[in-house]
Design a binder for this molecule. Sequence first.
Ligand code: BES
Ligand code: MN
Ligand code: ZN
Length: 491
Amino acid sequence: MKISFAEPALPAKGAVVVLVEEGKKLSPAAKDLDKQTKGAVKRAIAASKFVGKKGQSLEIMVPAGSSLDRVLLAGTGKAFGELEQQALGGNVVGKLMNSGSAEVTVIVDAGAKDLTAAAANVALGARLASYRFDKYLTKQDNDNGKPTLKAVKVGVKGAAKARKAYAPMDKVADGVFFTRDLVSEPGNVIYPESLAAQCKELTKLGVKVEILDEKKMAGLGMNALLGVGQGSVRESRIVVMSWNGAAKSKKPVAFVGKGVTFDTGGISLKPGPGMEEMKWDMGGAGTVIGLMKALAGRKAKVNAVGLVGLVENMPDGKAQRPGDIVKSMSGQTIEILNTDAEGRLVLADVLWYCQDRFKPQFIVDLATLTGAIIIGLGHEYAGVFANDDKLADQLFAAGTATEEKVWRLPLHDNYDKKLKSDAADMKNIGGRDAGSITAAQFLQRYVNKTPWAHIDIAGMAWSKEAAPTAPKGATGFGVRLLDRFLADNYE
Ligand code: BES
Ligand code: MN
Ligand code: ZN
């Protein structure tokens, strides 16, 4: 989608969107349009239920003699804040994407004090909503789902200022799109080596990318991670991405992602129905990779490392068995009672390696870790666990600001006790109760004393329903959350 900014003026062609504040208060552009059309705008409003509430829109007849495609009124609601502005941009694209119009002009001239910021947010929402993953639809044409909308022009007084405010947001959207692309790809296309190759692409933006192969990992003693991948014909990988945007002396912030490129459950095989969904079990890694792209793209003033543990969990003659005992890089041994609790085994070694090598200010890990988090929180909030209140609070605030929401759940020694094993230092499952918490307790054993937060995104990485700023499918959840978390607290 081509996004541009211009001084506000009713266009001669394409579609046009004008704002109406709640209570039928017409924006200057809406008033102009009403005058030009001898009262058609007010008449249309009077004959409808449209009052300008947020999310509301009303298409009105194109005036006779006009060369416009269509005219849309969009409600700003009572408080036209950042998130409402983004949602409005997204809703406009959602409405017009397949409408036949190729271009839309949205005139942002009411509802907010800072109209240039509002315009930038409308543009961001529009871009985020325009995402499509249709590369495998070979028969798509104009009568069959192919998008027609190609360009969104935002009309605002002080367009240059809006353009400047939007520039870094566009880079964040690039990161979100990269995550969505990676998560959408099926398991035959995205596997550890090919996903590592995708990470390599970030070198073009100035990210340092280092790939650890199985030999290297074996030398480091990463048997927890390697055990998960041993049933797959695809070799496992760890990718370390570094973005250095601050002084060399500054300790990095660190992000770790679960990258199970396909999770069959292994020998503890998952049931057939819905198993295809486990192609997005690399969602945590996808978010970390997209975040690195966003940070490098907008040249964030922070030193950040992103580490992803990439494995495929398959049943096979060589696969890990229930009852196997492995020694992790940390030296702690693990009795594997369920090969489907594999994410924590991967993260155990990557978390340990991360704190050991980088001594970061903190680690935030992201993982599609447990089905139980979906039972608890559904698809509204991701679960967050932390050994540090400040981190948890900062993540909560960034979640509220971006609408990528996180809700904190507890950690406690009494949950940790559920991991006790008779045969090894711990087992990899803690029983049915509080499954997301015992999984987090397991991870905590591998972060040493580092301030750490774990975000369980199992309910958030993929959506079966479209949202204003995301079509259904891979959401890219976490990129905007963590970008904001860094911008607000660490740059
Ligand atoms: N990748 C799954 C978690 C998952 C389930 C993500 C559904 C998204 C949707 C994870 O590896 C897993 O299988 N977890 C098990 C853990 C159990 C064996 C302790 C689970 O949640 O059932
Ligand atoms: Mn699993
Ligand atoms: Zn998994």
